[in-house]
Design a protein around this ligand. Structure first.
Ligand code: G3H
Length: 258
């Protein structure tokens, strides 16, 4: 019955909080691997949680890319902007995703859906070291980096390591290395093994993982049973103030292993 289901979900949230060692877990019904609707529900829940949580006034929100983030972006609403000025920025420079799921695009979509503003970070991925250095000195790039440095909120997803490395067209050498290091999770362009240790990092400007410790509102948004191992690995060293927004598919799979 319905009440029983709600109690069940609440219990799973508490169990995950203890198991993963983070302060907040919210679970949406269903499994986003099997039902696309679930990802939309995750997006709605992110919108609602941000609406209740973010302080009045100015908020700078740094966002990552990926298919989860692209879906979440579409579910944000103008309600989020009531009493607040929202500025969305990509958290890091290009890490090789297709245009429609790049952090720049996600950030622009979020601004459009909430009535907030956004800034683009123009740093293409396949440029020489020299060009890269020159680009970094561009005032427009510097300005966005400063905004990233002042963000109070981060929204990111978590992916499976090998899948992410392949999707982003990383070299065979790097993919082999990631495999031999037994990476299982990816977030922010960092790759983690099962113990949550960083085994590889895509060298890019912007938000670095150590910066997360000082950011009050950090949201890790990832669902589907296929992401259970990745979520659990990433959470081993995630900052404790992290909110995990996930679904029952992932939650049950993680709790099965206990
Ligand atoms: O960092 C994690 C990946 O961006 C997750 O990508 O949402 O497409 O699974 P995804």
């Amino acid at each position: 019955n319905f009440m029983g289901q709600i109690l069940d979900v609440h219990q799973q949230e508490q169990q995950l909080i203890e198991l993963l060692g983070i302060d907040h877990v919210l679970i949406v019904a269903g499994d986003s691997d099997d039902q696309p609707r679930v990802l939309k529900d995750i997006g709605r829940l992110v919108n609602e949680t941000l609406r209740l949580l973010l302080p009045d006034g100015e908020n700078i929100i740094a966002v990552m890319g990926g298919t989860t983030m692209a879906q979440v972006a579409k579910k944000l609403t103008p309600k989020l902007s009531v009493g607040r000025q929202l500025t969305f920025v990509p958290a890091r420079g290009g890490i090789g995703e297709a245009v429609d799921i790049q952090a720049n695009t996600v950030s622009a979509t979020m601004a459009k859906h909430t009535g907030g503003s956004h800034r683009m970070l123009y740093v293409p991925e396949h440029v020489s070291k020299e060009t890269y250095k020159t680009l970094l000195q561009e005032p427009s790039v510097q300005e966005v980096l400063q905004l990233i440095g002042k963000c109070n909120t981060v929204l990111h997803s978590i992916g499976e390591a090998t899948l992410m490395a392949q999707r982003r067209g990383m070299s065979a050498e790097v993919i082999d290395m990631i495999k031999s290091e037994q990476a299982v999770a990816e977030a922010f362009g960092y790759f983690f093994n099962e113990a949550g240790e960083v085994v590889y990092k895509i060298p890019r400007i912007g938000l670095q993982i150590r910066d997360l410790d000082h950011i009050p509102y950090v949201f890790a948004i990832a669902g589907g049973h296929s992401k259970a191992t990745a979520i659990q690995a990433y959470m081993k060293n995630a900052p404790s103030q992290t909110w995990l927004i996930t679904d029952e598919g992932a939650a049950k799979q993680i709790l099965k292993g206990v």
